[in-house]
Design a binder for this molecule. Sequence first.
Ligand code: HEC
Length: 121
Amino acid sequence: MIVVAAASGAILYLQTRHAARTQADAMTAGSWRRGELAIARYQCGSCHIIPGISGATGAVGPDLTGVGTRAIIAGDQSNDPVALARFIAHPQRVRPGGAMPEMGVSDGEARDIAAYLYAQE
Ligand code: HEC
């Protein structure tokens, strides 16, 4: 009985995770899978804590755990897929003089990264 409950709990977890990822890709028109690789490549984790990214323990910028659940990002931007991707691609255009540097992230890569961040539980 306990084994059955644990197994169905695990299946439910995996289904929820899968649904969150599918929904995140649809919302952003990006790919969470490519976003994961882009986050590692740009070393966003040198400044941010990002769950699921090895070595992403930076404390310069805000912790990105659950960033999808926040109403406001980057100080004064309402949190939607377009605004999040725009900020990731061009933080200095969105917040001139802010502490997040321009890193040369393309618009497509920014959508992928936004998908990864929204796909977290
Ligand atoms: C040199 C350090 C640094 C690097 C590297 C960096 N960031 Fe940031 N990031 C910051 C700082 C500082 C802020 C807060 C900026 C602000 O509010 O103006 C920030 C803000 C953010 C926010 C808004 C979070 C919130 O809750 O307001 C997101 C999302 C984000 N960064 C994603 C990324 C991604 C993705 C990368 C890699 C492409 C990255 N950052 C690389 C320093 C960095």
